[in-house]
Design a protein around this ligand. Structure first.
Ligand SMILES: [Mg+2]
Length: 374
């Protein structure tokens, strides 16, 4: 039996906010070792009207930040190296990161390519600490993608997001329930979710600079001056935020892809690689209790042109053997004889839940029962 939980934390959620560190720039430094340790700016043309999308920590020391004009960035740091964004590479890394997050809970809400909220309340029902889960997530992201992330852990989204910023880069910070109010008190009101520059200005005119100042205003006063938002300001000043973690959408496909450090030329190597990937996809389908109707394969050639080929079946496709059986035909359709590839991928789409209770579904039910008992 789990040990009794203190009364006050009984209904508290466990939320993790994961945020990749200098994401685009970090992907560039990972893929191009000669850029490591240097001020790297990913964004537009410094000779034109481009802006900074992301910059490395080395560039931040010069006062460069996202959304600054690239020309200004260059005047602050003439030796900076400007790199054009490679969105496909960032999407690939993002998919890897999100897949890691989804292996902990289906309750993952991506906010952008490089950050997401997770609700791990169910995963902590057995006594595991949310901080331990977050630590493991950061380690896995680092091992599996070669990139670093930071994480914040708390009992709501507001605090979890603030916490992930606290020990950047590659840091973890936990705000336990009893520390929420004190943590917020000295922060500037502009740090609060939903408090934009116009509100900061208006509050400043009322001598309200910090969250503690804001906490001294009555609900009535706030609603009078800020309308509906006043209620939100009243709550967040008290670390109250009931917004749920909302998984973005129904999953439409399960897939994996691999970019090779050296282009693959040998067809038999392509086949074995695809077979390994089919096994991974099948394992994920099984874990999610899903089967699909279409197998897609994707190939990218050295000149970056990309093709996809699909096979749709009437029967549900859920195990590795069914996927593997379709691979020779799909490979022949996607990759001409003699061609080499820099990327291969397999996706199963047209997903539907398998009705019979699987092991995964039973585990979820069991967790529900445990949390009901507590
Ligand atoms: Mg980030």
């Amino acid at each position: 039996m789990p040990s009794p939980t203190p009364e006050r934390s009984r209904n508290l959620r466990k939320i993790i906010h994961v945020d990749m560190d200098a994401f685009f720039a970090a992907v560039e430094q990972r893929d191009r070792p000669e850029l490591r340790g240097l001020p790297v700016i990913v964004g537009g043309d410094p000779n034109g009207r481009g802006v900074v999308a992301t910059c490395s920590y080395e560039a931040r020391r010069f006062g460069i930040h996202s959304a600054m004009s690239a020309a200004k960035a260059r005047s602050l740091c003439p030796q900076a190296i400007f790199v054009r964004p490679r969105m496909e590479a960032y999407r690939e890394a993002s998919r890897q990161v999100m897949a890691i997050l989804r292996s902990y809970t289906p309750l993952v809400e991506p906010l952008s390519l490089d950050e997401a909220f997770l609700d791990v309340t169910a995963g902590t029902a057995n006594g595991t600490l949310a901080g331990e889960i977050a630590r493991e997530i950061l380690d896995r992201i680092h091992q599996e993608t070669g990139l670093t992330a930071s994480a914040g852990v708390s009992y709501n989204k507001l605090l979890a997001k603030l916490a992930s910023d606290w020990r950047k880069p590659h840091g973890l910070f936990v705000i336990p329930p009893e520390r929420g109010l004190d943590f917020l008190a000295p922060l500037l009101v502009g740090k609060l979710h939903g408090v934009g520059p116009a509100t900061v200005k208006k509050l400043s005119a009322m001598d309200v600079e910090t969250v503690l100042d804001l906490r001294n205003l009555s609900l009535e006063f706030l609603v009078t001056h800020f309308g509906k938002s006043g209620g939100w300001f009243y709550d967040v000043a008290r670390a109250i935020d009931e917004r749920p973690v909302q998984p973005s959408r129904q999953r439409k496909s399960v897939g994996t892809e691999r970019t090779f450090s050296k282009n693959l030329e040998d067809r038999s190597v392509m086949r074995t690689t695809l077979q390994e990937m089919a096994a991974q996809v099948a394992a994920r389908l099984q874990a999610l209790n899903l089967a699909g109707h279409t197998v897609n394969i994707k190939a990218r050639f050295p000149d970056f042109t990309t093709v996809t080929r699909a096979h749709t079946a009437i029967e549900g496709i859920g195990n590795a053997e069914t996927i593997v059986a379709l691979l020779p035909e799909l490979l022949d359709r996607a990759v001409p004889q003699g061609a080499s590839v820099r990327l291969l991928g397999i996706t199963v789409s047209g997903l539907a839940q398998i009705q019979a209770a699987s092991r995964g579904a039973r585990q979820l039910n069991l967790l529900d029962e445990i949390s009901d008992l507590r």
